[in-house]
Structures are given as structure tokens and as C-alpha cells.
Design a protein around this ligand. Structure first.
Ligand SMILES: [Cu+2]
Length: 117
């Protein structure tokens, strides 16, 4: 047995394991759910305008799924995603299959449709 060598090897192994754990933890930082959305500015209360095709509505849950074009204010590419809808009256204009212009705000970590044109 060579206790000193063993000790050195174990310490080196531990350091490597710690380095790996740190890297893994950094890789698991919470991100926005959709690819390409990580650059969204948190707390952007200014409404952004966009155009989207209504894919699905869930009025009871207050949600709409839109296939929207790029939203520069949020640094978003075109994508399909679900938004919260602020006012249930907006569902009158959120009809599946219809293309709408809408305003969206980023508030409290959620993306909320505030107007439909
Ligand atoms: Cu999106």
C-alpha cells in the first residue's frame, strides 16, 4: 500500500468531481422554457407588438397559444407558445385560425397578452 499516493489521487479525484459538479450546476441555471427566449429582459413592462396566428384558446384557463412572428423587444425569433390573456373580453378576438396583431407584456415572469387588434 502507498497511503500517500492514494491520498493524492483521492484529492485530485475529489477536485475533479467538484469542478464537474460546479459546471453542471451552472449548466442547470433556470432558463425560460423555450429555446431562444433566454435573452428576454426580465421585468420588461413595456408592451411589445406582434402578429400571430391563433393556434388554440383556453378561455377558462385564460390562455392562448399563438404562432407569432419575431418580437424584437424580447429578442424572440418566431415561435409557437402559450400566453396568458389579461382580459377575458380579448377571447372574442382570439379565434382559432385567425391571424391577429396583439400586445404582450412580460410581468412577474409571465408573458401576458394585453390587447388584440
Ligand atoms: Cu414566443
Amino acid at each position: 500500500m502507498h497511503p500517500q499516493k492514494l491520498g493524492t489521487r483521492t484529492a485530485a479525484g475529489l477536485a475533479a468531481a467538484l469542478a464537474l459538479a460546479t459546471t453542471t450546476a451552472q449548466a442547470q441555471q433556470p432558463m425560460d422554457k423555450m429555446p431562444g427566449m433566454a435573452a428576454a429582459q426580465p421585468g420588461t413592462a413595456q408592451p411589445a407588438s406582434a402578429t400571430g396566428l391563433v393556434k388554440a384558446v383556453d378561455a377558462a384557463a385564460g390562455k392562448v397559444t399563438l404562432s407569432h412572428g419575431p418580437i424584437k423587444a424580447f429578442h424572440w425569433p418566431p415561435m409557437t407558445m402559450t400566453f396568458q390573456v389579461r382580459d377575458k373580453a380579448l377571447f372574442d378576438r382570439l379565434v382559432v385560425g385567425k391571424t391577429v396583431d396583439f400586445d404582450v407584456v412580460h410581468e412577474g415572469g409571465a408573458y401576458i397578452v394585453t390587447a388584440v387588434h
